[in-house]
Design a binder for this molecule. Structure first.
Ligand SMILES: [Zn+2]
Ligand SMILES: [Zn+2]
Ligand SMILES: [Zn+2]
Ligand SMILES: [Zn+2]
Length: 156
């Protein structure tokens, strides 16, 4: 019964938004959903609030401290190796497959103390906490949204 009330309420709001053609604050007809963390929040219909969410809050994203780009955490290692302003300073460790700064590369690879990478079908490697997490998109969501990465400052 309670659930039905909530659904009805959402539906009413949708209709209001649909009829609200002359205002561009609500460009989306459906309840706004963050495409990364799938948060449904009416406030996110405001593009400014969505920006704040993406720049500061969304636990699926991180700000690269080197180039200040907003990057998906699942793509962060790739970013460091292939896109980042600083990519020339980074090398991929053959053992953990993580991006390692050239200054630390020799020591890093000689020590062999990093966690050996698993095939992607078995595990993802989180670039923030450097641990193996469950595989696939579901694994990223579990680690970053459900459990919360201990090294992610956006974890709530
Ligand atoms: Zn989000
Ligand atoms: Zn970067
Ligand atoms: Zn390594
Ligand atoms: Zn993590």
């Amino acid at each position: 019964m309670l659930l039905l009330q909530v659904v009805n309420k959402l539906h009413c709001n949708d209709i209001k938004i649909l009829g609200n053609n002359n205002k561009n604050e609500y460009p989306q007809v459906q309840a706004p959903v963050c495409e990364f963390c799938e948060r449904t929040d009416k406030n996110l219909a405001d593009p400014k609030k969505m920006d704040i969410h993406l720049f500061k809050e969304c636990p699926m994203l991180t700000t690269c401290v080197i180039c200040t780009q907003i990057v998906e955490i699942s793509q962060f290692n790739k970013h460091l190796l292939e896109e980042c302003d600083n990519k020339k300073m980074m090398r991929k460790c053959p053992r953990c497959k993580e991006a390692v700064h050239m200054d630390e590369y020799k020591q890093h690879t000689e020590e062999m103390s990093c966690l050996q990478a698993q095939p992607l079908t078995k595990a993802n490697r989180c670039s923030l906490c450097h641990q193996d997490i469950p595989p696939g998109d579901i694994g990223w969501k579990k680690h970053l949204l459900t459990e919360g990465c201990p090294n992610n400052e956006r974890t709530t």
